[in-house]
Design a protein around this ligand. Sequence first.
Ligand SMILES: Nc1ncnc2c1ncn2[C@@H]1O[C@H](COP(=O)(O)OP(=O)(O)OP(=O)(O)O)[C@@H](O)[C@H]1O
Ligand SMILES: [Mg+2]
Length: 496
Amino acid sequence: MLIAQSEIPLYLLPAMSNRHGLIAGATGTGKTVTLQVMAEAFSRIGVPVFAADVKGDLSGISQPGAESPKIADRVQKLKLTDFSFAGCPVTFWDVFGQEGHPVRATVSEMGPLLLSRLLNLNETQAGVLTAVFKIADDQGLLLLDLKDLQAMLQYAAEHAKELQTQYGNISAASVGAMQRGLLALEQQGADKFLGEPALNLDDLMQTDGQGHGVVNILAADKLVNSPKLYATFLLWLLSELFERLPEVGDVEKPKLVFFFDEAHLLFSDLPKVIEDKVHQVVRLVRSKGVGVFFVTQSPIDVPDGILGQLGNRVQHAVRAFTPKDQKAVKAAAQTFRANPEINVEQVILELGVGEGLVSFLDEKGTPSVVERALVCPPRSQIGPITPAQRQQIIHDSVVAGVYETVVDRESAYERLKARAAQGDSSQPVPSQQPAPKTTPWYGDLASLGTGSTGGRRGDSLIETMAKSAARTLGSTVGRQIVRGVLGSLLGGTRRR
Ligand SMILES: Nc1ncnc2c1ncn2[C@@H]1O[C@H](COP(=O)(O)OP(=O)(O)OP(=O)(O)O)[C@@H](O)[C@H]1O
Ligand SMILES: [Mg+2]
């Protein structure tokens, strides 16, 4: 895939795209357009893409570009003979359900670790949240939406004494902190994000009638105002991809490529435990055929361990004004394989818009020597589309109607309410039940569906429940380990 050109054409190799990448540079230097050019190239070879659109300016990728002197000039400079304008097939998503199809995850899928971060919990409180997940697990109660979690918290608080021996101290203070956190989440609109129908990952991995990969665009302009929600959502998505996709090893072209814009939001004040998991997931998701590209102002925004894994790089101009900028210049210079012709630290300050220092991995996986290059012009429109165009695309999408209506099936909230109505709310503590830990009510169901993402549409309730239980409780060896990686449900501490 031709992405940029110096004296020589610079190709991003599909087979090396699962070795991840980085697009860095100061504001207005061409990061988004570079992302756009790469996403177009992936789409053209049939690779679906997922990208968070922080400024709304990526939506133009859905429309063919238009003649302009700037584009014509670039086409000419780069001597592009087969250049033509074209848009990509696009699906819009939006956590708040306005600028795209709603995208949801269940509380269980989120898991206690990511939720703790969302709720701003300290370690003690996070421990209690994990216990609450286990209680729900042991009692066969599904945690789908915020209501379920609230009901479960209340239940745990009311039965703290009985639950203590098995699950430890569930203090009123910790429960209170979580309840306050949940309230704050609701105010940010996160209640819309937690629930069903949850996102079916298959819907992100589509091609259109011409075999072009669908570019999934997450409207993130509002979402970034809640940086924690933004970061948590993307981390969740990455971990879900990791958990659900089968191992494929090295492939000719990736199954999906992920672009994280404003990546610094992902890592700013990220607790070490989660950073380590992200590190792990980024490393391991490679063998699932997923490529991850971070887009950020400075390479130093990305933790070293993760930065070291980003093989394909485009570094746009940096302005070395602040000490942080100077550090960024140094960092960028150090990470490139040196080219005797280029003084990186110097050039990086002189680069024009849409120009960058480029190094992609070669067939052997070795970074090529760094080149100063012009990035190709995009074939699609630069800048945002109109709201009317967006609504049209949303309306015409193959997933239109699938996610729009919230489904509220029987889960922890309803079950606990029913129990309370029967007046036996204090009775069913797990220690008094016949060994729910080894033979849970869902029996073998939990061994269903490793790697299966489907089943929310057209299944019977039992099937859906079974799959949900399997997804939720994750009991096959594979899932046990992967759940452990993001510590979602079992936190890697308990093995079934
Ligand atoms: N490869 C390119 N071909 C043609 N024009 C380009 C190219 N790259 C950048 N430009 C021009 O530069 C402008 C700014 O680029 P872009 O929006 O990608 O910057 P950015 O680094 O994403 O900025 P920000 O940090 O503000 O998001 C574009 O609107 C476009 O006009
Ligand atoms: Mg941008």
